[in-house]
Design a protein around this ligand. Structure first.
Ligand SMILES: Cc1cc2nc3c(=O)[nH]c(=O)nc-3n(C[C@H](O)[C@H](O)[C@H](O)COP(=O)(O)OP(=O)(O)OC[C@H]3O[C@@H](n4cnc5c(N)ncnc54)[C@H](O)[C@@H]3O)c2cc1C
Length: 412
């Protein structure tokens, strides 16, 4: 029975194209695997998703995209059949090269957290703290007027680094383009977060092992308020260049910082692509749907033609009282999965969703959006805009700074 379920999940994942693990994941040597099922039982994500399963008495990664790299499977394998790897034989993963002090080949530029290849909150927290210890040694003799470090990102790595920087008394600024918590803030509503206890600077132990996403973010917000660490939200770093005064000049969409060093704690999710139209700065414009229920009884515009746009439009349209318009600049959803395309078609035939191909958003105001539809501008009543136009991955950003990046491939 469990075997059949494992095979069904693997077939479904493959048919839906969900075959590329986003981070560190197990490769299982089936010549060594003795089918003990310890790894399946040990996987902390197993309760909410299928990650590992048994097929023909051997363990398989049946839900590759659900694996987030806990590594618990490897630890319990009695015959060493599991290796943790990045990338697959089909898709390499770019990992920047750093030395044991977290410094890259560009002197004074450091990396902590998932961007460096290691997933998980606890690892990100540890690396954020340790990177600041290395930076502290580097800057202790500096007497210039510039900052000691600009920390980019306020996910677990950048948050822990900001606390460590406050604790060590170095001069820092933290910039975050979105909100506190990084990837954790974007977990689905009420996701159970599994984490090893970790030590935060100033506040001490973060004792959770299993905690709902909302409670963990609340805990971090409290720490932020109590310790007075300052994070400049809504600032996205655009370029990092050598400064004429030595060190670096970090330019964001709002200001410029001169700094002795930089800590990149930007994770691997990348930066959502923007529409670059007037009104995009309004609070009602978001780049991800966290909770579709918040849109009940609203007029919502979803922009994009990939799977995330189609999924956003259909989940919001399923909420009561919504009027959803899906705007896409091309003439078909050829990039999206058949399952999502079929659902959009069905919902639009049922009058639950309006699709406008060949359209471009021109501007956004409090109550309306102006959309150009093949040369004709239409004003559409609007309470919220969801932009799902893809993301810009960090690899290009790293290469532009001159950081050496290695593409890692798996064998399976
Ligand atoms: C669905 C899912 C479930 C997971 N579940 C768990 C779990 O249960 N337990 C666990 O331990 N781990 C889990 N993880 C992994 C964990 O979320 C990550 O390993 C961790 O968040 C990495 O932290 P980070 O600080 O390195 O990066 P992130 O959390 O990704 O934070 C990076 C921050 O940098 C900001 N940023 C990026 N670019 C810029 C820029 N140019 N300018 C300014 N700011 C920028 C981003 O907005 C973001 O806030 C999960 C991951 C996913 C996707």
């Amino acid at each position: 029975m469990a075997e059949r379920a494992g095979l069904t999940t693997l077939i479904e994942s493959t048919e839906e194209g969900l075959i590329e693990p986003p981070t560190l994941h197990p490769e299982i040597d089936h010549n060594l695997c003795i089918g003990c099922t310890n790894c399946v039982a040990a996987c902390p994500e197993q309760g909410s998703h299928s990650v590992l399963g048994m097929i023909k008495k051997k363990a398989h990664l049946i839900g590759p995209t659900n694996c987030i790299g806990h590594g618990a499977c490897k630890a319990v394998c009695p015959v060493d059949a599991i290796t943790l790897v990045f990338g697959t034989a089909r898709r390499g993963i770019d990992i920047p090269l750093v030395n044991p002090d977290f410094e890259t080949n560009v002197p004074g530029i450091f990396i902590a957290g998932e961007l460096g290849g290691m997933g998980l909150i606890r690892n990100a927290v540890e690396q954020g703290k340790q990177a600041i210890q290395s930076i502290k040694k580097l800057v202790s003799k500096s007497h210039s007027n510039s900052l000691d470090v600009v920390i980019i990102g306020a996910g677990p790595a950048g948050f822990a680094a900001s606390l460590a920087a406050t604790d060590s008394g170095i001069r820092y600024s933290t910039v975050e383009q979105e909100e506190l918590g990084g990837t954790v803030a974007h977990f689905p509503r009420r996701k159970m977060v599994m984490t090893q206890p970790a030590e935060l600077p100033i506040v001490g132990k973060m004792r959770f092992k299993e905690v709902q996403k909302e409670a963990l973010i609340d805990f971090w917000r409290n720490v932020e308020a109590k310790t007075g660490i300052e994070i400049n939200y809504g600032e996205s770093v655009q370029t990092i260049d050598a400064s004429p005064n030595g060190g670096y000049r970090v330019k964001t969409n709002k200001q410029t910082y001169d700094t002795r060093s930089v800590l990149l704690a930007i994770g691997r999710r990348g930066t959502p692509r923007k529409l670059e139209v007037p009104g995009e700065e309004l609070d009602k414009v978001v780049y991800r749907v966290i909770d579709a229920t918040q849109y009940a009884n609203q007029h919502v515009l979803v922009v994009g033609g990939g799977d995330s746009a189609l999924e956003a439009a259909t989940t919001i349209a399923a909420e009561s009282g919504t009027t959803v318009t899906l705007s896409y600049r091309s003439g078909s959803f050829s990039r999206a999965k058949p399952k999502n395309r079929d659902l959009v078609q069905q919902m639009s035939e049922d009058g639950l969703l309006r699709v406008i191909f060949g359209s471009n958003v021109k501007s956004i105001s409090d109550s309306h959006v102006e959309v150009d539809i093949e040369g004709v501008t239409e004003s559409i009543l609007n309470d919220a805009v969801v932009v799902s136009a893809g993301g810009i991955l960090p690899s290009g950003f790293l290469r532009a700074i001159g950081i050496n990046v290695e593409t890692k491939w798996g064998t399976q």
